[in-house]
Design a protein. Structure first.
Ligand SMILES: [Cu+2]
Length: 330
């Protein structure tokens, strides 16, 4: 019974920990919730298949609105855990603290609709000085602020992204969060995007060191996945267009098996998933269960995500001796 109760809490928390991009902030002014933003079809749930079409714009519907922003100026993407954000008492606003990982921003010409090899990375922040980009994101209350390149005036789709690596120690455990919005760049910028960019369904591999990544192993450096940040992205004089940064070798047509069990599961109870935040357990400082080995033990205090990882590491052994081995399959 105890296990079942913990499982329900775990399921609730899985859904509770995520985030979505909800508004632009320009010159300190919020441009309106969902305005010029492709609201994701899948709520705040993560993407775990790096080849999914949701990697492009999170299944959001294209919108015709756009916000105006001057070339080379600062632009902020405001994210929240819930939509709309819970006013108070949400410990996972803007995202669960466990969701450590990098933050990146990509841009594409609006006419492309984001489809194909059209995306250029213009910002990234990974792990520096013992801090993850997500730690700063939380400190900034869900705001990601970048300086736009000195882009030529025109319409663009811009796409902030977070990768949460709290389960990145296992294949297809990393959680991808992205959202797209429309901007109309104004001003006299002259930089034009590289003619070829990356296709977001091919930008990462499940086995990239920055994706299949155990953040609990005392890592001292972190390799941000995907292409390099475009040199034209640095502000100042407009650079000559450069050849697109090389991405990893083309993903073979037989992508790695994506049959791994999905991370997000339906809550077994009928309780509403939103704000079903359990009072316990709190984020502990304890190291999580080891990533490998079926004999792992759960620390005395543990987070829900650690609990889930632990469940997974023990699944195979439990399978061997239980009559209903899939009961706790995540
Ligand atoms: Cu999450």
């Amino acid at each position: 019974m105890k296990t079942a109760a913990a499982f329900v809490l775990a399921a609730a928390n899985l859904v509770a920990g995520h985030a979505t991009f909800q508004s632009f902030v320009i010159g300190g002014k919020d441009q309106g919730q969902h305005f010029a933003i492709q609201t994701p079809a899948n709520g705040n749930n993560p993407i775990t298949d790096v080849t999914s079409t949701a990697m492009v714009c999170n299944g959001g519907k294209a919108v015709t609105d756009r916000v105006e922003v001057a070339s080379g100026s600062s632009l902020t993407f405001q994210w929240h855990h819930n939509d709309p954000a819970t006013v108070s008492g949400d410990n996972d606003e803007p995202i669960a603290a466990s969701h450590k990982g990098p933050v990146m921003v990509y841009i594409a010409p609006a006419a492309s609709n984001g489809e194909g090899a059209v995306w250029t990375k213009i910002y990234e922040d990974g792990y520096t000085g013992g801090k993850w980009a997500v730690d700063k994101f939380i400190a900034n209350k869900g705001a990601i602020t970048i300086d736009l390149p000195n882009l030529a005036a025109g319409d663009y789709i811009i796409r902030p992204e977070i990768i949460a690596l709290h389960e990145g120690n296992r294949p297809n455990g990393a959680q991808f969060y992205n959202g797209c919005g429309n901007i109309k760049v104004t001003g006299s910028g002259t930089a034009t995007l590289p003619s070829t960019g990356v296709d977001m369904t091919k930008a990462y591999k499940a086995t990239d060191p920055g994706v299949l990544c155990n953040i609990y192993s005392g890592l001292t450096s972190y390799e941000i996945p995907g292409p390099k940040v475009w040199d034209g992205a640095s502000s100042g004089t407009a650079p000559a267009p450069t050849t697109p940064s090389k991405t990893a070798a083309p993903v073979s047509s037989s992508a790695p098996s994506q049959t791994a069990t999905p991370t997000v599961i339906a809550s077994p109870s009928a309780t509403p998933i939103k704000e079903a935040e359990p009072a316990t357990p709190t984020e502990s400082q304890a190291a999580p269960a080891p990533s490998s080995g079926s004999g792992s033990t759960l620390p005395e205090t543990f987070t829900i995500e650690q609990f889930i990882s632990w469940l997974k590491t023990t699944t195979s052994t439990r399978n061997a001796r239980r009559a209903h081995p899939r009961a706790f399959q995540l």
